[in-house]
Design a protein around this ligand. Structure first.
Ligand code: MTE
Length: 316
């Protein structure tokens, strides 16, 4: 990737790069994932997080076969550690996700804060296998570990003015080298309607593959909203705020004509510069390269009612 001074980089240039295939993917697509190429990268992708003892299986899981641990932890978007797909794995290894505090504020009766340990002990954790469908038209299938965000939200008793929930990622340029460049307006911000946040599919995620989250996947806690494009699944969350006004997310601020607030996976509404009708499964190999994208990423039955009466073309 060509690194230039941040003010010279336009968001549209960054998202163009999204679509480029990196060298590793190219080798995979060309069928070169044989022993020689894999050996080094497998060693680098050895699972290291603490395993969770008991995990219930979720009925919401997809039947698609999961991507390898290596795919899931070495092909990432986490701009706080760089804009290349391998950067988060490469540059997040010294990141310290403990101790960790999340503040909860805004339109609620019991604002406060909680730590990672305050939520991992008391909540029953599940394994949920969800596709992560990126707006860049690729996808992965990931066995996440977490519990419904709704279970956390109710502890803070949002009031009737709480129409939206705004989330922020940690801002710490000393630990997050990508934040030293104004590629996005830091800290990374995301938002959901209160109904989306309380939907049983919305997962407060603390792990994957049965273990604590690796840094590059958003340690120690992140969201996974499976019917929305991957960028809604904000990583390394430090702030949750209940708001009356709709928050503007980082990507919407960077390129409002390309990224909206809703970002529902929708094969009928293309990104202005590329189609959303199909997706490439990472690690899928040469002959399995593209498959149709499903409305709401396959969860239409569960979530379509949230958007009754809303023009999804205008509210993209
Ligand atoms: N969260 C933060 N804080 N910063 C980011 O750059 N990238 C988003 C999302 N969450 C991002 C983020 C995007 S574009 C995607 S596709 C997913 O994280 C990728 O999640 P994964 O790397 O665990 O697959």
């Amino acid at each position: 990737m060509l690194i230039r001074k941040a003010p010279d980089i336009r968001p549209s240039e960054i998202t163009d790069e999204h679509c480029y295939m990196n060298r590793r993917e190219f080798l995979q697509l060309a069928g070169f994932t044989a022993a020689g190429t894999m050996a080094g990268s497998l060693a680098a992708a050895e699972p290291s997080g603490k395993p969770f003892p008991k995990l219930a299986k979720s009925p919401f899981s997809t039947d698609d076969p999961a991507n390898s641990y290596e795919d899931v932890t070495t092909y990432n978007n986490f701009y706080e550690f760089g804009t290349g797909k391998g950067d988060p794995h490469r540059y997040s290894q010294d990141f310290a996700p403990r101790p960790w505090k999340v503040t909860v504020s805004g339109e609620c009766e019991r604002p406060g804060e909680f730590g990672y340990e305050d939520i991992v002990g008391p909540h029953a954790l599940e394994e949920r296998i969800y596709r992560l469908r990126c707006v860049e038209a690729w996808s992965m299938v990931i066995p996440w570990v977490g519990f419904p965000l709704a279970d956390l939200i109710k502890r803070f008793e949002p009031n009737s003015r709480a129409k939206f929930v705004k989330f922020k990622t940690l801002y710490d340029p000393a630990q997050m080298p990508g934040q030293r460049r104004a590629v996005l307006d830091w800290p990374y911000v995301e938002g959901l309607t209160i109904a989306e946040a309380n939907h049983p599919l919305t997962l407060l995620t603390v792990g994957l593959y049965g273990r604590e989250l690796p840094n590059q996947n958003g340690a120690p806690l992140r969201l996974v909203v499976p019917w929305k494009y991957g960028f809604k699944s904000i990583k390394s969350v430090v702030s949750i705020e209940f708001t009356e006004q709709r928050p503007r997310n980082s990507w919407e601020l960077a390129a409002p004509s390309e990224y909206g607030f809703y970002a529902n996976v929708n094969p009928q509404v293309d990104h202005p510069r590329w189609s959303q009708a199909r997706e490439r499964r990472i690690g899928g190999g040469l002959f399995d390269a593209k498959q149709p994208t499903l409305m709401f990423n396959g969860y239409a039955e569960q979530v379509a009612h949230l958007y009754d009466g809303l023009d999804l073309r205008r509210n993209f």
